[in-house]
Design a protein around this ligand. Structure first.
Ligand code: IMP
Ligand code: MG
Length: 187
């Protein structure tokens, strides 16, 4: 079967920040590190969807386990590319986190408000430990003091899409991380 054609939305990108190959290689390295740190521990991976969906799927296939997966949904009110207001957890997990070693996974650490709130909630619910893993870290945008334990790539202060990250719910399926041409952010 021939390979599918590249997504037409790739043409909306002004430039690519992280290529599919670089993402793949970095996730293998993150997997090695996490496997080492959690050797013999029963891990509970908690993905913040939708953004962390694709990253988590690829990361999990590099983890040796044992592990379980759960998801939650967090939301902040957005105007264009900026989140305004505090994040809310709008869809809770199914598994019980009490006494668990949790690895919280998100697509990007931006202001830090989402991960700070979700990590705080998991600790309050009785998780034994909570570490965080993000594919991207936009340090320049931090509004609350928060650092992730595992970071794929530090990126400059630009709004990015692809590999799970969206603009107005679009572009999540692109295989790379890139910056849109300005006219697409305007629409
Ligand atoms: P924080 O709470 O500001 O750290 O933001 C976390 C959430 O904002 C992420 O999980 C993303 O959903 C979203 N976000 C932040 N920066 C970007 C970006 O550059 N592109 C797409 N989504 C972003
Ligand atoms: Mg998100």
């Amino acid at each position: 079967m021939p390979a599918p054609k590249p997504a037409p939305e790739l043409k909306h990108l002004d430039h690519v920040l992280v290529t599919p190959l670089a993402i793949k290689r970095r996730i293998v390295a993150l997997g090695h590190k996490i496997n080492k740190d959690y050797a013999k521990k029963d891990l509970m991976v908690v993905a913040i969807v939708n953004g962390a969906l694709i990253f988590t799927a690829d990361l999990l296939r590099n983890l040796t386990g044992p592990l379980r997966l759960d998801c939650l949904r967090a939301s902040s009110y957005h105007t264009g590319t900026k989140a305004v207001g505090e994040p809310r957890i709008v869809d809770q997990m199914k598994l019980d986190v009490r006494g668990q070693s949790v690895l919280l996974v998100d697509d990007i650490l931006d202001t830090g408000k989402t991960l700070a709130a979700v990590a705080g909630m998991l600790k309050a619910k009785g998780a034994a430990s909570v570490r965080t893993c993000v594919l991207l870290d936009k340090k320049a945008r931090r509004a609350v003091p928060f650092e992730a334990d595992y970071v794929g790539f530090e990126i400059p202060n630009e709004f990015v899409v692809g590999y799970g990250l969206d603009f107005n719910e679009r572009y999540r399926h692109l295989p790379c991380i890139g910056v849109l041409k300005p006219k697409y952010y305007a629409s």
